[in-house]
Design a protein around this ligand. Structure first.
Ligand SMILES: Cc1cc2nc3c(=O)[nH]c(=O)nc-3n(C[C@H](O)[C@H](O)[C@H](O)COP(=O)(O)OP(=O)(O)OC[C@H]3O[C@@H](n4cnc5c(N)ncnc54)[C@H](O)[C@@H]3O)c2cc1C
Length: 490
């Protein structure tokens, strides 16, 4: 319980209502701030609501219950190794040491994350999610965001707070006012020195809002194809994305215009398996084919050679690179714009489907993203593959195989039912963003903090280095969202 003497009477405005923004909002309100959350979409949630694998933490009670040996040190090492040691080690240390507390914070809103799985790049199972219901994985990001919004609704100010002009932020301590369909377009104050408020568009009008602190929690820019991606990571401009249309790096742009330092903007995480919808092959936005399908034993087949071409259990990086290299033009140049590779098949058998959840696969079948075939031979016929070669590749029992895959989760037989999806590499997450201090404060090029301006979640940079460890962004959003919320009260 916070004593009233320590309560802040400051106003904090948060730009973005994803996990980072709402974590910041709750923490700032608990510190006594009067909080306003602005989101440009009509619904809160951002990419946070799309998260499907879960949230990292170590060591936790859930891990102990499952006799999983893990440590803070191992977690930090894995995060640094994934980031190619380009991470800010101070941020990594904060992430790891506050992880278990962040998990407890989320669980305090009624979302129990007691299932633990091991994603690529982790030395131990530490990605936490909810228990399945009726064989169907729960939508972990969606459930977390719903729970936080339900809680925030209980903190809504009961008095009107300048609805007519929005000239000042919410002024009622300990409350959170949410305004949706409100796109922030500019930061106000002394550029590079101090923020005093912001400008936003809402209900066909432009509004100025003054506030003691501003927190940028606008998410990443994987969907900003024609601007940040084109400018800083043109190599990936032709690939589709898993991100929603809101992921256009607005906070990064607002911060840069205000003199905040951005870094690593060329670092984009490519996920190997976006579902290709046969009815809309060229769609710019693709549904993510979950990582766990490969973990349960799904195989990847190059349709040009009817062969496997990679250890499906390698890191996202390695699998994506192998997929992209199936296009001869990508192989020729290591600096040009990458072309989408030729169609790649992901094959699953009954074991994979049952392990993942039959009902969940049924959802993909219904959407036409996964097709069911009586046998491998029928798959070969449908995709004009060399049937004998395909059978040799898929039914092979060599361990380790020629790609160094030593853990074979399941062996296929030639005459079983096969589920097939077309998959392609997609832009999934952006490591670049605004540089932050340990207090989540924005910094200038000269490494000076900008007064009253804070950044958290995917809009911030430094934690992930040059690649993100799977499951770290939900955690990072909570840890640094809460830090930003607390910092904004001082
Ligand atoms: C399909 C998918 C699955 C994923 N699965 C996982 C997973 O299992 N585990 C994991 O750790 N990570 C996962 N990630 C990554 C993770 O979800 C995100 O990195 C993280 O949730 C980002 O949180 P955020 O709060 O920073 O941004 P977001 O959740 O994207 O929220 C940003 C919000 O800011 C708003 N906004 C943007 N610009 C403005 C503006 N100008 N004015 C007002 N509002 C604005 C947006 O509308 C949005 O609501 C996944 C991502 C995707 C796309």
């Amino acid at each position: 319980m916070i004593s009233s003497a320590s309560l802040s009477s400051r106003s904090t405005v948060i730009v973005g209502g994803g996990l980072a923004g709402l974590s910041a909002a709750i923490e700032a309100a608990r510190c006594g701030a009067a909080v306003t959350v602005l989101d440009k979409e009509v619904r809160l949630g951002g990419n946070s609501a799309k998260a499907s694998s879960g949230m990292n933490a170590a060591p936790t009670q859930a891990q102990r219950n499952l006799s999983i040996a893990d440590s803070l040190e191992l977690f930090q090492q894995d995060t640094l190794a994934a980031g190619k040691h380009k991470n800010d080690p101070k941020l990594v240390q904060i992430l790891a040491t506050q992880a278990a507390d962040a998990l407890a914070f989320i669980e305090s809103f009624g979302v129990t994350l007691d299932q633990v799985s091991q994603c690529g790049g982790h030395s131990a199972p530490r990605t936490h999610r909810e228990t399945e219901v009726d064989g169907k994985p729960k939508a972990v990001g969606w459930d977390i965001m719903k729970a936080l919004q339900t809680y925030i609704a209980t903190l809504a100010p009961s008095t009107s707070t300048s609805d007519s002009s929005y000239a000042t932020a919410n002024q009622v301590p300990n409350t959170i006012k949410v305004i949706t369909d409100a796109r922030v377009t500019e930061l106000l104050g002394d550029r590079g020195i101090r923020v005093t408020g912001l400008q936003f568009d809402h209900a066909s009008k432009c509004h100025l809002m003054h506030a003691d602190s501003v927190i940028l929690a606008t998410g990443g820019y994987a969907a900003d194809t024609n601007a940040l991606i084109q400018q800083y990571a043109p190599r990936y401009a032709k690939l589709a994305t898993t991100n929603g249309p809101w992921a256009t790096g607005d906070g990064v742009k607002l911060g840069m215009e205000f003199g905040a330092k951005a870094q690593d903007l060329g670092q984009v995480q490519i996920h190997p398996t976006g579902f290709v919808d046969p009815k809309d092959v060229g769609a710019a936005v693709k549904i993510l084919a979950p990582e766990s399908l490969r973990a349960y034993g799904a195989l990847l087949i190059d349709t040009q050679t009817s062969s496997r071409f990679v250890n499906e259990l390698s890191t996202r990086d390695a699998v994506s690179t192998a997929m992209l290299n199936l296009s001869s033009s990508n192989k020729k140049s290591d600096s040009g714009t990458l072309e989408t590779p030729p169609p790649i098949l992901m094959l699953m058998n009954r074991f994979v489907v049952e392990s993942y959840g039959e009902a969940a696969i049924g959802f993909y079948v219904k959407r036409g993203l996964v097709q069911k075939f009586e046998s491998l031979k029928k798959v070969a016929e449908a995709y004009l593959l060399d049937a004998l070669k395909l059978e040799r590749e898929v039914v092979s029992v060599e361990v380790p195989d020629r790609f160094g895959k030593s853990h074979i989760p399941v062996h296929f037989t030639g005459d079983e039912v096969i589920y097939v999806a077309l998959v392609t590499p997609v832009r999934h997450y952006t490591m670049g963003g605004l540089r932050i201090s340990a207090e989540a404060q924005a910094m200038t090029e000269a490494h000076e903090p900008i007064a009253n301006l804070f950044v958290c979640g995917e809009a911030a940079s430094g934690l992930d280095g040059w690649n993100r460890l799977a499951g770290n962004s939900l955690l990072g959003s909570v840890v640094f969202g809460r830090i930003a919320g607390r910092s904004s009260c001082h």
